[in-house]
Ligand binder design. Structure first.
Ligand SMILES: [Zn+2]
Length: 83
């Protein structure tokens, strides 16, 4: 990273900017466990759950039953990526 910093003065401010953006927030975002369906773009938000399938708010994606399907396109969990 140091070599990038020394290349141009402009790069320094850009790098510093990304450093100021709390990295912790990104980590927290991942930790909240939103998953996005790669087929239709549906986002599973554990804070919401999936009322249509009796998944209560707070249920992590990992805790969803293996036969859980995307409410929108009916594809299975393997089609989901971490959002
Ligand atoms: Zn889907």
């Amino acid at each position: 990273m140091d070599s990038v910093l020394t290349k141009t003065a402009g790069a320094i401010s850009i790098v510093r900017e990304t450093e100021t953006i709390p990295v912790g927030e990104i980590v927290i975002k991942t930790a909240t466990g939103k998953y996005i369906c790669t087929v239709c773009g549906y986002v599973y938000d554990p804070a919401v759950g999936d009322p249509g399938r009796n998944i209560p708010p707070g249920a992590a994606f990992e805790d969803l039953p293996d036969d859980w399907r995307c409410p929108r396109c009916k594809n299975d969990k393997t089609k989901f990526n971490k959002a």
